[in-house]
Design a protein around this ligand. Sequence first.
Ligand SMILES: NC(=O)c1ccc[n+]([C@@H]2O[C@H](COP(=O)([O-])OP(=O)(O)OC[C@H]3O[C@@H](n4cnc5c(N)ncnc54)[C@H](O)[C@@H]3O)[C@@H](O)[C@H]2O)c1
Length: 252
Amino acid sequence: MITIGLLGCGNIGHIIGNYRGTWKIAALYDRIPEKAEELARLTGGTAYDDFESFISADFDLVVEAASGKAVRSYADTILCHGKDLVVMSVGALADPSFKDEIVATAGSRGRRIYIPSGAICGLDNLKVAQISPLTRLLLRTTKSPASLGIAATERTLVFEGKANDCIKEFPRNVNVSVALSLACGRDADVELYVDPSVERNVHEIFAEGAFGDLYIRVSNLPSPDNPATSYLAALSILSLLDHIGNPLVVGT
Ligand SMILES: NC(=O)c1ccc[n+]([C@@H]2O[C@H](COP(=O)([O-])OP(=O)(O)OC[C@H]3O[C@@H](n4cnc5c(N)ncnc54)[C@H](O)[C@@H]3O)[C@@H](O)[C@H]2O)c1
Protein backbone atom coordinates (compact mmCIF):
# COMPACT_ATOMS: atom_id res chain seq x y z
CA MET A 1 0.00 0.00 0.00
CA ILE A 2 1.33 3.45 -0.96
CA THR A 3 1.90 5.73 2.02
CA ILE A 4 1.38 9.48 1.74
CA GLY A 5 2.68 12.57 3.47
CA LEU A 6 0.09 15.34 3.15
CA LEU A 7 1.54 18.84 2.84
CA GLY A 8 -1.36 21.25 3.38
CA CYS A 9 -4.48 20.33 5.33
CA GLY A 10 -7.10 22.73 3.93
CA ASN A 11 -9.95 22.14 1.46
CA ILE A 12 -8.19 19.63 -0.78
CA GLY A 13 -6.41 18.03 2.18
CA HIS A 14 -9.82 17.31 3.73
CA ILE A 15 -11.18 15.83 0.51
CA ILE A 16 -8.15 13.51 0.37
CA GLY A 17 -8.44 12.71 4.09
CA ASN A 18 -12.14 11.85 3.83
CA TYR A 19 -11.70 9.41 0.93
CA ARG A 20 -10.91 5.78 1.59
CA GLY A 21 -8.54 4.89 -1.24
CA THR A 22 -6.00 2.20 -1.99
CA TRP A 23 -3.39 4.23 -0.08
CA LYS A 24 -2.82 5.48 3.44
CA ILE A 25 -2.02 8.92 4.84
CA ALA A 26 0.94 8.33 7.16
CA ALA A 27 2.10 11.88 7.93
CA LEU A 28 0.62 15.38 7.82
CA TYR A 29 2.08 18.88 7.90
CA ASP A 30 0.49 22.33 7.73
CA ARG A 31 1.98 25.69 8.64
CA ILE A 32 -1.00 25.89 11.04
CA PRO A 33 -0.31 22.87 13.30
CA GLU A 34 -3.94 22.59 14.52
CA LYS A 35 -5.07 21.88 10.95
CA ALA A 36 -2.65 18.96 10.62
CA GLU A 37 -3.66 17.66 14.06
CA GLU A 38 -7.37 17.79 13.23
CA LEU A 39 -6.90 15.89 9.96
CA ALA A 40 -4.54 13.42 11.66
CA ARG A 41 -7.37 12.46 14.05
CA LEU A 42 -9.60 11.75 11.05
CA THR A 43 -7.05 9.77 9.02
CA GLY A 44 -5.00 8.04 11.70
CA GLY A 45 -1.78 9.59 10.38
CA THR A 46 0.81 11.44 12.46
CA ALA A 47 0.79 15.26 12.52
CA TYR A 48 4.17 17.04 12.58
CA ASP A 49 4.61 20.64 13.61
CA ASP A 50 7.92 21.15 11.78
CA PHE A 51 8.68 20.35 8.14
CA GLU A 52 12.01 18.63 8.81
CA SER A 53 10.41 15.99 11.08
CA PHE A 54 7.55 15.54 8.60
CA ILE A 55 9.81 14.93 5.61
CA SER A 56 12.07 12.59 7.60
CA ALA A 57 9.11 10.33 8.46
CA ASP A 58 8.66 7.00 6.68
CA PHE A 59 6.29 7.30 3.67
CA ASP A 60 6.45 7.08 -0.14
CA LEU A 61 5.20 10.33 -1.62
CA VAL A 62 4.22 13.85 -0.68
CA VAL A 63 0.88 15.22 -1.84
CA GLU A 64 1.21 19.01 -1.92
CA ALA A 65 -2.14 20.77 -1.40
CA ALA A 66 -0.81 23.95 0.18
CA SER A 67 0.39 26.83 -2.05
CA GLY A 68 2.82 27.75 -4.80
CA LYS A 69 5.11 29.14 -2.13
CA ALA A 70 5.16 25.75 -0.38
CA VAL A 71 6.11 24.06 -3.67
CA ARG A 72 8.98 26.50 -4.19
CA SER A 73 10.17 26.14 -0.58
CA TYR A 74 9.94 22.37 -0.21
CA ALA A 75 9.99 20.56 -3.57
CA ASP A 76 13.75 20.11 -3.74
CA THR A 77 13.99 18.88 -0.12
CA ILE A 78 11.09 16.46 -0.67
CA LEU A 79 12.78 14.88 -3.71
CA CYS A 80 16.18 14.80 -1.97
CA HIS A 81 14.55 12.83 0.88
CA GLY A 82 13.66 10.13 -1.67
CA LYS A 83 9.94 10.93 -1.88
CA ASP A 84 7.88 11.33 -5.06
CA LEU A 85 5.81 14.51 -5.27
CA VAL A 86 2.23 15.24 -6.38
CA VAL A 87 1.81 18.97 -7.05
CA MET A 88 -1.63 20.60 -6.85
CA SER A 89 -0.28 24.18 -6.86
CA VAL A 90 1.13 23.61 -10.34
CA GLY A 91 1.36 27.36 -10.96
CA ALA A 92 4.72 27.21 -9.17
CA LEU A 93 6.07 25.36 -12.22
CA ALA A 94 5.36 28.35 -14.48
CA ASP A 95 8.87 29.53 -13.61
CA PRO A 96 10.97 27.59 -16.17
CA SER A 97 14.22 27.68 -14.17
CA PHE A 98 12.49 26.38 -11.02
CA LYS A 99 10.72 23.68 -13.03
CA ASP A 100 13.97 22.59 -14.72
CA GLU A 101 15.74 22.53 -11.35
CA ILE A 102 13.24 20.23 -9.63
CA VAL A 103 12.83 18.02 -12.69
CA ALA A 104 16.65 17.61 -12.72
CA THR A 105 16.62 16.76 -9.00
CA ALA A 106 13.84 14.21 -9.52
CA GLY A 107 15.76 12.67 -12.43
CA SER A 108 19.02 12.41 -10.52
CA ARG A 109 17.28 10.91 -7.46
CA GLY A 110 15.11 8.48 -9.45
CA ARG A 111 11.93 10.20 -8.20
CA ARG A 112 8.77 11.38 -10.00
CA ILE A 113 6.75 14.59 -9.97
CA TYR A 114 3.04 14.13 -10.76
CA ILE A 115 0.71 16.89 -11.99
CA PRO A 116 -2.98 15.94 -11.72
CA SER A 117 -5.34 17.03 -14.52
CA GLY A 118 -7.19 19.08 -11.90
CA ALA A 119 -10.28 20.90 -13.11
CA ILE A 120 -9.82 20.18 -16.86
CA CYS A 121 -9.70 17.20 -19.22
CA GLY A 122 -7.58 16.35 -22.23
CA LEU A 123 -4.02 16.60 -20.90
CA ASP A 124 -3.47 12.93 -21.76
CA ASN A 125 -3.50 13.23 -25.55
CA LEU A 126 -2.57 16.91 -25.76
CA LYS A 127 0.96 15.76 -24.91
CA VAL A 128 1.21 14.88 -28.63
CA ALA A 129 1.90 18.62 -29.04
CA GLN A 130 5.42 17.90 -27.77
CA ILE A 131 5.91 15.72 -30.89
CA SER A 132 3.81 17.65 -33.40
CA PRO A 133 3.59 21.31 -32.31
CA LEU A 134 0.17 22.98 -32.21
CA THR A 135 -0.70 26.01 -34.31
CA ARG A 136 -3.26 27.16 -31.72
CA LEU A 137 -3.58 26.53 -27.99
CA LEU A 138 -6.07 28.64 -26.07
CA LEU A 139 -7.66 28.22 -22.66
CA ARG A 140 -10.74 30.37 -22.10
CA THR A 141 -11.76 30.34 -18.44
CA THR A 142 -14.91 31.92 -17.04
CA LYS A 143 -15.47 32.34 -13.31
CA SER A 144 -17.78 34.33 -11.07
CA PRO A 145 -16.44 37.76 -10.10
CA ALA A 146 -16.59 36.74 -6.42
CA SER A 147 -14.26 33.78 -6.95
CA LEU A 148 -11.59 36.18 -8.24
CA GLY A 149 -12.39 38.93 -5.75
CA ILE A 150 -13.39 41.28 -8.60
CA ALA A 151 -16.49 43.51 -8.78
CA ALA A 152 -18.26 43.21 -12.18
CA THR A 153 -21.87 43.55 -13.26
CA GLU A 154 -21.41 42.05 -16.75
CA ARG A 155 -19.17 39.54 -18.54
CA THR A 156 -15.70 41.11 -18.50
CA LEU A 157 -12.32 40.01 -19.89
CA VAL A 158 -9.89 40.46 -16.98
CA PHE A 159 -6.79 38.87 -18.54
CA GLU A 160 -5.61 38.08 -22.06
CA GLY A 161 -2.10 36.81 -22.60
CA LYS A 162 0.15 33.89 -21.71
CA ALA A 163 -0.49 31.32 -18.98
CA ASN A 164 2.84 31.98 -17.29
CA ASP A 165 1.87 35.66 -16.85
CA CYS A 166 -1.76 34.96 -15.90
CA ILE A 167 -0.69 32.74 -12.97
CA LYS A 168 1.37 35.65 -11.58
CA GLU A 169 -1.76 37.83 -11.45
CA PHE A 170 -4.12 35.06 -10.28
CA PRO A 171 -1.91 32.56 -8.41
CA ARG A 172 -4.79 30.51 -6.95
CA ASN A 173 -7.19 30.54 -9.87
CA VAL A 174 -5.50 29.42 -13.10
CA ASN A 175 -3.37 26.43 -12.08
CA VAL A 176 -5.03 24.56 -14.97
CA SER A 177 -3.49 26.93 -17.53
CA VAL A 178 -0.01 25.96 -16.32
CA ALA A 179 -0.89 22.25 -16.34
CA LEU A 180 -2.08 22.67 -19.94
CA SER A 181 1.14 24.47 -20.89
CA LEU A 182 3.30 21.76 -19.31
CA ALA A 183 1.36 19.02 -21.12
CA CYS A 184 1.71 20.75 -24.50
CA GLY A 185 5.29 21.95 -24.03
CA ARG A 186 4.43 25.60 -24.77
CA ASP A 187 3.03 28.58 -22.92
CA ALA A 188 -0.74 28.48 -23.60
CA ASP A 189 -2.76 31.56 -24.57
CA VAL A 190 -5.29 32.43 -21.87
CA GLU A 191 -8.46 34.48 -21.83
CA LEU A 192 -9.84 34.89 -18.31
CA TYR A 193 -13.40 36.21 -17.95
CA VAL A 194 -15.52 37.04 -14.95
CA ASP A 195 -19.25 36.68 -15.47
CA PRO A 196 -21.85 37.40 -12.77
CA SER A 197 -24.35 35.08 -14.48
CA VAL A 198 -22.25 31.88 -14.14
CA GLU A 199 -22.65 29.48 -11.23
CA ARG A 200 -19.95 27.09 -12.43
CA ASN A 201 -16.30 27.55 -13.37
CA VAL A 202 -16.07 26.92 -17.11
CA HIS A 203 -12.83 25.96 -18.87
CA GLU A 204 -12.76 25.79 -22.68
CA ILE A 205 -9.71 24.46 -24.52
CA PHE A 206 -9.17 25.19 -28.22
CA ALA A 207 -6.28 23.40 -29.94
CA GLU A 208 -5.28 23.04 -33.58
CA GLY A 209 -2.38 21.27 -35.23
CA ALA A 210 -1.35 18.62 -37.73
CA PHE A 211 -3.73 16.17 -35.97
CA GLY A 212 -6.79 18.37 -36.73
CA ASP A 213 -8.51 20.43 -34.08
CA LEU A 214 -10.28 19.95 -30.77
CA TYR A 215 -12.61 21.82 -28.46
CA ILE A 216 -13.11 20.70 -24.87
CA ARG A 217 -15.55 22.44 -22.52
CA VAL A 218 -15.66 21.58 -18.83
CA SER A 219 -18.35 23.13 -16.66
CA ASN A 220 -17.34 22.48 -13.07
CA LEU A 221 -19.68 21.89 -10.16
CA PRO A 222 -18.29 22.48 -6.66
CA SER A 223 -17.43 19.50 -4.44
CA PRO A 224 -20.50 18.33 -2.47
CA ASP A 225 -18.80 18.84 0.89
CA ASN A 226 -16.50 21.64 -0.16
CA PRO A 227 -17.83 24.46 -2.35
CA ALA A 228 -14.39 26.08 -2.64
CA THR A 229 -13.02 23.22 -4.76
CA SER A 230 -14.27 22.01 -8.15
CA TYR A 231 -15.46 18.42 -7.79
CA LEU A 232 -13.49 17.39 -10.90
CA ALA A 233 -10.24 18.74 -9.38
CA ALA A 234 -10.94 16.78 -6.19
CA LEU A 235 -11.79 13.60 -8.11
CA SER A 236 -8.69 14.07 -10.26
CA ILE A 237 -6.32 13.92 -7.31
CA LEU A 238 -8.14 10.92 -5.79
CA SER A 239 -8.01 9.10 -9.13
CA LEU A 240 -4.31 9.88 -9.58
CA LEU A 241 -3.52 8.47 -6.12
CA ASP A 242 -5.68 5.37 -6.73
CA HIS A 243 -3.83 4.60 -9.99
CA ILE A 244 -0.22 5.39 -9.09
CA GLY A 245 1.81 2.23 -9.46
CA ASN A 246 -0.96 0.25 -11.25
CA PRO A 247 0.39 -2.32 -13.71
CA LEU A 248 -2.27 -1.28 -16.29
CA VAL A 249 -1.86 2.36 -17.42
CA VAL A 250 -4.79 3.76 -19.46
CA GLY A 251 -5.08 7.09 -21.28
CA THR A 252 -1.66 8.54 -20.80
N1 LIG B 1 -4.44 21.99 -10.00
C1 LIG B 1 -5.72 22.32 -9.81
O1 LIG B 1 -6.59 22.14 -10.67
C2 LIG B 1 -6.12 22.93 -8.49
C3 LIG B 1 -7.47 22.96 -8.11
C4 LIG B 1 -7.78 23.50 -6.87
C5 LIG B 1 -6.78 24.02 -6.05
N2 LIG B 1 -5.49 24.01 -6.45
C6 LIG B 1 -4.41 24.54 -5.60
O2 LIG B 1 -4.19 23.63 -4.54
C7 LIG B 1 -3.72 24.33 -3.39
C8 LIG B 1 -4.55 23.93 -2.17
O3 LIG B 1 -5.91 24.30 -2.39
P1 LIG B 1 -6.95 24.32 -1.18
O4 LIG B 1 -8.27 24.71 -1.77
O5 LIG B 1 -6.86 23.04 -0.40
O6 LIG B 1 -6.38 25.54 -0.30
P2 LIG B 1 -6.65 25.86 1.25
O7 LIG B 1 -6.30 27.28 1.45
O8 LIG B 1 -8.00 25.41 1.66
O9 LIG B 1 -5.59 24.93 2.03
C9 LIG B 1 -4.21 25.13 1.94
C10 LIG B 1 -3.59 24.66 3.27
O10 LIG B 1 -2.19 24.67 3.11
C11 LIG B 1 -1.59 25.34 4.22
N3 LIG B 1 -0.38 25.99 3.72
C12 LIG B 1 -0.29 27.04 2.87
N4 LIG B 1 1.00 27.35 2.65
C13 LIG B 1 1.74 26.49 3.37
C14 LIG B 1 3.14 26.31 3.55
N5 LIG B 1 4.04 27.11 2.97
N6 LIG B 1 3.54 25.29 4.35
C15 LIG B 1 2.64 24.49 4.97
N7 LIG B 1 1.29 24.62 4.84
C16 LIG B 1 0.86 25.61 4.05
C17 LIG B 1 -2.64 26.34 4.71
O11 LIG B 1 -2.46 26.64 6.08
C18 LIG B 1 -3.93 25.57 4.46
O12 LIG B 1 -4.32 24.78 5.55
C19 LIG B 1 -3.82 25.83 -3.73
O13 LIG B 1 -2.54 26.33 -4.07
C20 LIG B 1 -4.76 25.87 -4.93
O14 LIG B 1 -4.48 26.97 -5.78
C21 LIG B 1 -5.13 23.45 -7.64
